[in-house]
Each structure stands twice: as structure tokens, then as C-alpha cells.
Design a protein around this ligand. Structure first.
Ligand code: IMP
Ligand code: MG
Length: 183
């Protein structure tokens, strides 16, 4: 018997864009005129950040940080490290962190704590996907796209072993037995 992976569409691209537009409206209402520092968490947020920020028609600055906790598996190791830091100064800035998905919450909590000690004027989190079923630490999410089921998701920036980030839709992976399915 063969084992294969099947992609099941969860959020098609049109639905993602409508949600990104709604988030951009809320963020515009709260940040226009504040020249915020928008920090994207690499790599997963790069597509979301690009779509979101192009809908924010006011002055802002973009930075990236890179965290690591997953390795190549599909569940968190619980160990979080900042792999790539940023140059911009956070002190006194209105900081908006943009994340693809909050799962256990360990990565984002680590990042938010490391930013908070730098004394930003304000600090908020925007995530496209919230997976509350696996949360291990409470996380305050100010701007949330979708609350998602406890599935491993890929596409629109999210990967499995560094693959599938370029898929325009968000899908979940399902292992199938006895049939082969092409990607
Ligand atoms: P956390 O520390 O468990 O909240 O994990 C956060 C990070 O793990 C996210 O920024 C993603 O990069 C990755 N991650 C969590 N769940 C998924 C998933 O379903 N698909 C792909 N990546 C995920
Ligand atoms: Mg991420």
C-alpha cells in the first residue's frame, strides 16, 4: 500500500484577499499618521506582509526578524531562538508585528517580550491565522485574520519542510493510504 499526501483547500486566494483587506482597514484606522514600524516574522509572513502593507496607504517602515523553533518537522520543539535580528530602533515607535500563524504561541511570545524591553510607544500583533487548539502560552492578538482548525497548513507563505510557501491558497496536508496523489 502506498502513502501519499493530499492537499485540501481551506482558504482560497479570494477569501484570503478579502480578509487581508479587512485587516488593512482596521490597521489604517489605528495607525494612519503614526509612521509605525511594521515587523514581519520570516519566513512565513513574507507573502502576508507584502499583501497587507501594500494596502496600507500611509507612511510606515518595514523590518524583518527571523525566529527558529520548528526545524523540519510539523510540531514545535518548544525552543525558540532569534536567528536574525533587526537594525531599526524600537524605542518610542509604534510597533506592529506581523506573523503568519500563532500555534503554540511560544515563538511570538519570545519575540514580543524581546521587543517590549526596548520600550516601544505601543506594541501590537497582527496574525493571519490563529490556531488556538495547540496554544501553550496565552497570546493577545490585536488583529486576526482566520481562526483555524488544528491542521498543518501550507501555502501563502507557510511551509512544510521549506516547500509550498508559494502556493496562492491555504491548504492543509492530509496523509492518504492506498492512493497516490500528485502535488
Ligand atoms: P508557535 O511558536 O508554535 O506559535 O509557532 C509559530 C510558527 O510555527 C509560525 O510562525 C509558523 O512559522 C510555524 N507554524 C505553526 N503552525 C504551522 C502550520 O500549520 N503550518 C506551517 N507552519 C506552522
Ligand atoms: Mg512564522
Amino acid at each position: 500500500m502506498t502513502e501519499a499526501v493530499r492537499f485540501v483547500m481551506l482558504y482560497p486566494r479570494e477569501q484570503i484577499q478579502a480578509t487581508v483587506a479587512a485587516l488593512a482597514r482596521d490597521i489604517t484606522r489605528d495607525y494612519a499618521g503614526k509612521n509605525p514600524l511594521v515587523i514581519g516574522v520570516l519566513k512565513g509572513s513574507f507573502v502576508f506582509l507584502a499583501d497587507l502593507t501594500r494596502r496600507l496607504e500611509f507612511p510606515l517602515e518595514i523590518e524583518f526578524v527571523r525566529l527558529s523553533s520548528y526545524g523540519r518537522g510539523t510540531s514545535s520543539s518548544g525552543k525558540v531562538t532569534v536567528v536574525h535580528g533587526m537594525r531599526a530602533s524600537v524605542k518610542g515607535r509604534h510597533v506592529l508585528v506581523v506573523e503568519d500563524i500563532v500555534d503554540t504561541g511560544l515563538s511570538i511570545t519570545h519575540l514580543l517580550e524581546s521587543l517590549r524591553v526596548k520600550k516601544p510607544a505601543s506594541l501590537r500583533l497582527c496574525c493571519l491565522l490563529d490556531k488556538p487548539a495547540r496554544r501553550r502560552v496565552p497570546v493577545e492578538i490585536h488583529y486576526r485574520g482566520f481562526t483555524v482548525p488544528d491542521r498543518f497548513l501550507v501555502g501563502y507563505g507557510l511551509d512544510h519542510a521549506e516547500q509550498y510557501r508559494n502556493l496562492p491558497d491555504i491548504c492543509y496536508l492530509e496523509e492518504t493510504r492506498g492512493q497516490t496523489t500528485s502535488v
